[in-house]
Design a protein around this ligand. Structure first.
Ligand SMILES: [Zn+2]
Length: 332
């Protein structure tokens, strides 16, 4: 881990403009698992869960759950669970070094494989928390995992690799751009856990990247996404959601992640300060230099997704995406 180098980059460009909420009132919950609260409607319906703080420094998700809890939101059908995930990392959040509390021992969003390493589970703070949450989250039919990003990229919905994920993300009618990808080679994300990526299973999930970690608009987007999720599932009413929704403005395209640029050298620089979702018109356009090697876009109209602000050899610097128009369905 490179905590030293991350803190060096946490200058004015990463000023924390959001107030991290005090979530200690939610510690007890009502499920037997700390910081997990479930509300039953008494009526049939799915088990939906909204998760915040999978990364301890992504406070917009915590603000969204705090908003739902303060407003006593209750599901109209089914069961709604609200989960604060990496609460130990969040407890260490320091606005003067806000990158340091992403996690304590392990990135919690890489630990969800069913055959996860027991040693990691037992020995690390995040492993133990995942172990406690896993059986509970296996009962969830529909999952929203709220995140945020390093750069000031437009908001994204990471829909996973299957059609059901893309269709579910689209059903939210969100202004965020839907990005279809297959996760990370170095561990399983929560959104890819259990049955969420199995095409023949009904469970669905979406990971929302709501904007830059500490900008006020990111909390607004996290709240919007939470209400859209509940509205799509019939768990809240249009009138309850109305004041919490941004204009729909659904993008015409979705984006398929086709690959990434992983530098071989430290100190790589992009040729421009990309923030994400730039569309580079020409194939073979140089976007960065890795040592002496120019890094070029692989095709025309290539989308740059979530460029990292901490460029380190061996870690993904940016993902490449191909744009697709949503198909016109004959029956629409
Ligand atoms: Zn995150």
């Amino acid at each position: 881990m490179s905590a030293g180098s991350t803190s060096m980059h946490a200058g004015n460009a990463e000023r924390v403009e959001l107030e991290p909420p005090d979530i200690t009132a939610y510690r007890a919950g009502n499920t037997g698992i700390p910081y997990v609260t479930s509300f039953g409607s008494g009526r049939p319906g799915p088990h939906a869960a909204i998760v915040a703080l999978t990364h301890g420094n992504e406070i917009s998700g915590a603000l969204a759950l705090d908003h739902l809890l303060r407003n006593d939101l209750r599901p109209v059908i089914g069961t709604l669970s609200l989960v604060f995930a990496n609460v130990d990392a969040y407890a260490e959040f320091d606005p003067h070094n806000p990158n340091a509390s992403r996690y304590i021992n392990h990135d919690m969003n890489r630990l969800w494989a069913e055959n996860a390493d027991d040693a990691v589970d037992r020995k690390s703070i995040e492993g133990r928390r995942v172990q406690a949450l896993r059986p509970f989250l296996e009962t969830v039919d529909l999952l929203l995992d709220l995140h945020s990003m390093q750069s000031e990229s437009p908001a994204l919905l990471l829909a996973g690799p299957s059609d059901k994920g893309r269709d579910f993300s689209r059903s939210l009618s969100s202004p965020a751009v839907i990005v279809c990808d297959s996760g990370h080679a170095n561990g399983t994300r929560l959104r890819d856990f259990h049955a969420f990526n199995t095409p023949e299973k009904p469970q669905k999930s979406v990971l929302a990247e709501c904007g830059q970690h500490w900008k006020p608009g990111t909390a607004t987007m996290a709240i919007d996404t939470a209400y859209r999720f509940l509205l799509t599932l019939g768990m809240t009413t249009a009138s309850e959601a109305a004041n919490n929704l941004l204009p729909d403005n659904m993008p015409a395209h979705w984006v398929e992640v086709t690959g990434s640029f992983v530098p071989h050298h430290d100190g790589v620089q992009f040729v421009e300060p990309f923030v994400g979702m730039e569309v580079i018109a020409g194939r073979d356009t140089v976007i960065a230099h890795d040592g002496v090697d120019p890094i070029r876009t692989p095709y025309d109209d290539c989308v740059l997704i979530m460029p990292s602000r901490r460029l380190v050899a061996g870690q993904t610097a940016v993902r490449f995406g191909r744009r697709h128009l949503f198909e016109e369905h004959a029956d629409v």
